[in-house]
Design a protein around this ligand. Structure first.
Ligand code: PEP
Ligand code: MG
Length: 324
């Protein structure tokens, strides 16, 4: 069905048997905010802040960032806005940041590695802007770190956040400490999920990078796109291991990679135990509808069968059986 014939639901949805699933939008530019609200997103599950830094000669200052984060919060006063700290490097270059020449940029200095290294000043400025925006009281702001692969990175980033809070306090500036989470998009993070869970309020699974790294198949390289697919059983098992680590804790777990926006997979993702799905605004209505049409018991059964598959073809067969 085309997206135009799907009803837009402005309110949060739950499965047919009453489990709420948050359906949020990914935004890449300021222009994405209004359409996200128009399509009925409950909030923003991934605010890619790179766009604030692109197409200019120097980084945005604290006030400019503060305004941008406030705009996002103002668009979703009832929802949650998950802002990812600057994720440059790999496939995301920014000229004035002087990124090193690397043989394998996807395995190099990118995401949180830069924020705790050469871009430490930018990281601090961004966190100041975020804590100030969180302090305005409108909406619910969450901060998320990209490309985490060790517990130390999370501890160190939190220390920076705490020192920023101390500085704002001392200066008498209004602020609040936002919810704090990490993207699970490296195999290391998926394996370490039971340890990382002690240090965060939430996980968000980035299947674009997770599939790339689990399968050692570069994203965007069409020669290996069949391999780097999120329907690969190894990717499904990495997702399940991540979700499992949150069970019995207060940590919520979402997904903000492309996989989350595929309405054919909504049942599977509910069955794998995800609490939140975040996607391009276009597919929000279809995914909301798919949530209301599934039950957790059917979804779990589906997930169990998909997790037992040993090939991508078997995963696909399990999926077609149930969507027919
Ligand atoms: C991901 O890797 O799945 C993700 C959501 O982040 P990005 O696509 O921006 O790398
Ligand atoms: Mg990513």
């Amino acid at each position: 069905a085309g997206s135009e014939d799907v009803e837009i639901r402005a309110e949060p949805v739950e499965t047919a048997d009453g489990t709420p699933i948050e359906v949020a939008a990914n935004v890449g530019t300021e222009a994405d905010l209004a359409p996200a609200a128009d399509r009925g997103a409950d909030g923003i599950g991934l605010f890619r802040t790179e766009f604030l830094f692109l197409d200019r000669q120097s980084p945005p200052d604290e006030d400019e960032q503060y305004e941008a984060y406030r705009d996002a919060l103002g668009t979703f006063p009832e929802g949650r806005v998950v802002v990812r700290t600057l994720d440059v490097g790999g496939d995301k270059p920014i000229d004035y940041l002087d990124l090193p020449e690397e043989e394998n940029p996807f395995l190099g200095e990118r995401g949180i590695r830069r924020s705790l290294g050469p871009d430490a000043d930018l990281f601090e400025t961004q966190l100041r802007a975020l804590l100030r925006a969180a302090g305005d009281g409108e909406g619910k702001l969450s901060v998320m770190l990209p490309l985490v692969s060790t517990v130390e990175e999370v501890r160190e980033a939190r220390e920076v956040l705490e020192s920023v809070a101390t500085d704002l306090e001392a200066a008498g500036v209004d602020y609040a400490v936002p919810e704090f989470g990490v993207m699970i998009e490296t195999p290391a993070a998926a394996f370490l999920a039971p340890d990382l869970v002690e240090h965060v309020d939430f996980f968000s699974i980035g299947t674009n990078d997770l599939a790339q790294y689990v399968m050692a198949a570069e994203r965007g390289n069409s020669r290996v796109s069949d391999l780097g697919d999120y329907r690969q059983p190894a990717v499904l098992r990495a997702i399940r291991a991540t979700v499992e680590a949150t069970e019995g804790t207060d940590v919520w777990v979402g997904m903000c990679g492309e996989m989350a926006g595929d309405p054919e997979l909504t049942g599977l993702l509910v069955g794998l135990g995800l609490d939140e799905l975040s996607m391009s605004a276009v597919t929000v209505p279809q995914v909301k509808r798919a949530v209301t049409e599934t039950t957790v018991s059917d979804a779990r059964d589906l997930a169990e069968r998909a997790l037992a598959a040993s090939t991508k073809a078997e995963v696909e067969a399990v999926l077609t059986e149930t969507t027919r």
